[in-house]
Structure formats: C-alpha cells, structure tokens
Write a protein that binds this ligand. Sequence first.
Ligand code: S3P
Length: 433
Amino acid sequence: MKTSSVTLQKAKHLRGEMTPPPDKSISHRAVFFSSLAHGKSTVKNILKAGDTNSTINAFRMLGVLIEELPDNSLSIDGRGFMQLKEPQDVIDCGNSGTTARLLSGVLAGKKIFSVLTGDQSLRYRPMLRVIEPLTQMGAKIFSRDNNCLPMAIKGGSLKAIEYRMRVASAQVKSAIMLAGLFAAGETVIEEPVKSRDHTERMLKAYGADVRVDGLKVTVRFTGDSLTPCDIAVPADISSAAFFSAGALMVEDAQLMIKDVGLNPTRAGFIDVLKKMGADVKVHDEKEVSGEITGTLLCKYTDRLQPVTLSEKDIPSLIDEFPILCVLATRASGVTEIRGATELRVKESDRISSIVTELRKMGAKIEEYPDGVAIEGPVTLRGSDNLQSYGDHRIAMALSIAAISAEGESVIHGTDAVGISYPDFYDTLKRLTH
Ligand code: S3P
C-alpha cells in the first residue's frame, strides 16, 4: 500500500479561526438510522472521509439509495429494515470499527447472508464483544477462531435480552440497541461506565422507543422501520482536540474552534484541559439536532498541571488519549492515565504506539498494561522517523507534537488522516503560516 510522509518544523505561531470536520460518530449513525427509516432523510454537514464512506458503501450494497447533494449533505431514501437486500459481495468496512460493529447489529435481525471484512487493522480488532450478545439474541455468526473479521452473519428472528457489558463501548451498546429495535420484547443493556450516547439521542429523533436510566438503556421493538428525520451534524470534538492541544503548546498561539459538538459523554478532554489549568473557554453554546455545540477559545498556556485519570474517566475522552499524552509532556509533574486497556485494541495499540513514538522525541513516558505515566515538563525534539502505525489519531497527535518540538520531524504514514480528517494538513498549514 502507498503511504505518504509529512515533514514539519516547530511552528512560529498557530492563530485564527477554524471549524473541524463533521463528527464521525454522529455521521455514521445518521447514515445507519436514515437507511433503516421509511422515506427520505437529509443529513446536513456529513463527514466525507474514509470511515463514513465505508458506512455509505455498506448501505448502498444493502440496496439503500444514498445521494450526495452539493452542499456537503446526503439525501437518503430508506425503504425500512424489511427492504434491505442481501449484498451480492463481501462488505468491506475498511478501517471502521463503528461500521463493522453497528452493521452486525442490523444484519443480526435480517434473514439474509452477509460477510463483513475490513483492512489489515480492522481484521485484528475484537468482534466477540458483538458476536456474544447477538448470538444470544438468535443470530448465527461465524468467524475464525480469533473472533475477528472476516465474519459471516445469517440473521433471523431475534429475541430481546438483558445484557451486562464487560467493557464500556458505544459501538457494542449501539450494535445491541440496533438488534433490539427489531427483536420481540424489551432489550436492556447495562454498561460499566457510560460511553458516548449519540445512538440513544438520535434514535429517539427517528421515532424509536429508547429509555435511559443511568447506565441502563432499554430499547423496544419498533416495527419494521424508523421514521425519517433531518439531521445536522456538529463539528467533531475529537478532531478539534488536536488543534486545541496545539494552541496550548505553541507559544503565543490563539485559536477559535467553531461549532464543536460538546455532548457531555464526549467532552471529557475539555474537562481535563481545564483541570490542567489550560486557557480554554467555551462560548455560544446551543443545541443542534439534540446535541450541544459551542465555540472553543484556546490560548497558549505556559504552565500546565499534571492530572491523574482512571477507568471511569476514559470513555468520555477515549479517542483523545494520544493527544493527551502529547500535552502531558508539557505539564509540570507526573500525569498518570490508567484503566485504559481498551486503547490497546483501537486502530493501532495506541498505548504502545504513542509510548514508542514520543520516546523518539525525548518524552519521559512509562508504559503500563493499562496506560501510561508521563513526566514533564519536557521540550520535545524532532525526529525523522515518526510512525503513524496506519492510525489516523496517532498521525495527528504526532504532527501536533512535531509543531511544538525543537527542530524538524518527519511523520510516516500520514495518509491515515483521511479516515477522519482529510483536510488536517491543509488546516495545519493555514493556521501556522
Ligand atoms: C465510537 C466509539 C468508540 C470510539 C470510536 C467511535 C462510536 O469506540 O473509540 O472511535 O462511533 O461509537 P468504542 O465504543 O468501541 O470504545
């Protein structure tokens, strides 16, 4: 596979205004639920990137009409759950765990045969976490002994279950909720810690019977389709995190980051920045399609405090772990992030990837089975051999480390940013020139 490299120098400044790309999690869900509705839905400001393309292609293979409109919107003409067609070929979920896991929940309840696969990274990510509950509900799912993709699904009539999840995972919760929509009875799911709740919020807007009580979510049989809906997608807080961290680390930096989704189950990173004493302010909060959005004002902060994070803190900042590690190299003292074993089974083993790469830049970072300890403050130095491991968030975290480091850095495998943030390097160039 062809991969690209980017060379970056220490930035002289990082200033201006930006709007990060549309939220990846919300974009996926809007395509899923619109495809299961009966009638036309419009999704405004959809993320056009590798991961969401995987979801769009999957639903096209299942016979859903999805039309791209000129203003970054999609028109989705769903025909309901019953009308989904058997795919003629293997569905390739690319790099997207959200596509693979949520789709398995949909296919579990359809009397059709389908096979899901993915790229080199996705084919090694754990699927037993969805195979187990969906099999309990009545689906037949076949995989190799490692319980990874490729995975064949022969769905059927499902029965509701009560399921206690072992890991906090919005992907697993959403897969069971989707299966529960079309299963006879009432499906109850309990999480150990609350994960992102976009599915719960958005499914209600599409007419589903969803109730939330603390860590428990209950879904009832919905009939054979959802009600169409028009959704506007806010900007992705996980993409905003890279530039907000950059603004805190580049001297004299000041950034306005607009229209960012601030759902409390996603905004743990902002809370941590405030705990670290960072100059971050939130303005213009409003509600858009059931999600809170706001504008972030981030300024260079010369004194950051260390933080200690444990298992209960991880789900609301799960995707921000790599950039938080970069930022922690600047804090005066030891930052400890534990209870984060899930990071080992993301697009790469993010604990090992970030530890290996930040050490090349001179960071004092210790690896634990479930997290890291980082001692600061350290002035990072450039390295000409930084690797992304094909992981979009590692590529972006290292790029922000590079613009705050002394000297020049070369990051390899930067094409990975196309998974969630295709314009990342254009935006970085604009704000640093
Ligand atoms: C996602 C949930 C998270 C997150 C991923 C997107 C989602 O994964 O890491 O990038 O859209 O539901 P888990 O729920 O498996 O932790």
